[in-house]
Design a protein around this ligand. Sequence first.
Ligand code: PEP
Ligand code: MG
Length: 326
Amino acid sequence: QKEKLQTASKLPARTADGTQLKLSVNISSVRELDQPLIQDVHGVGLFRTEFLYMDRDAFPTEEEQFEVYRAAAEKLQGKPLVIRTFDIGGDKQLDYFSFLEEEDNPFLGYRAIRICLDQPKLFKTQLRAILRASHYGLIKMMYPMVTSMEELHQANQLLSDCKQELRAEKKLFNEHIQIGVTIEVPAAALIADLLAEEVDFFSIGTNDLVQYTLAVDRMNEKIADLYDPFHPAVLRMLRQVAQAAEEHDLEVSVCGEMAGDERALPLWLALGIHHLSMSMQSVLNLKSILPHLETHRCKRLLPELLKMKTSDEMKKVLQALLLEVQ
Ligand code: PEP
Ligand code: MG
């Protein structure tokens, strides 16, 4: 079994007709970087930092965070590490954070970048820690749950304040650190062309994008069958983001569960999305399928997929394509 994994891990992430993909992993702790298979991935496409804030009784200090981010960057030895600033609220609650009150609609409430902008001191602690760690590897940073240009501007203003402070303190950091946004709210997908002018990359968070596009609470089991990544509305959202990215020559990746779903692989190829971030298990699975797929065939399929009226129809076509090549 171990040998089989290692063999899959060594496969190039390339289609039969030569499209090179970047397959990265999602992590929520530095420990996950110790597994040997990490050598064969492109990098870390999503570091969920909120887990650093959980299971403790106070916020981590700048120094504590800096050590964690630096360790992660160093372990990756120059491979890219995308750090997402903290995404608490929604389903992720903290006992010691008194600002988080019970809400009727936590997923539509005080969450992620909204908390960060409302609590700039807290946010700046993290921004400073990430900036300082950026001196030790290829760190990129992204903001979660952005819904407007104003939020991006405010976050970037705080970032630029932090840079100014660090310069004055003569602390080292990468002046050119790349900044991206998570596209996970329909509003962000719809203004992707505007966002694209002011960021360095997009990362599509399909877990939330599906939830918000379909108005289906991702935690509610009663409506779990309505949570459908292959709903035609989701495909249209994805296409809009992919097009905006292409027009602005912007790197776009996918970091939600859907990135690792083999049925979606032909979709990414059709949309021209070539960077996917997922669990290690999914990386190995996709690496074993990719050499059997052809990008030009997937692209030819796109107009047909976009015309489909139901998710069942879409899944059937995608499944048939996979069966054919396996
Ligand atoms: C997402 O929303 O797709 C995502 C990657 O983030 P999370 O699951 O942490 O909300
Ligand atoms: Mg999300």
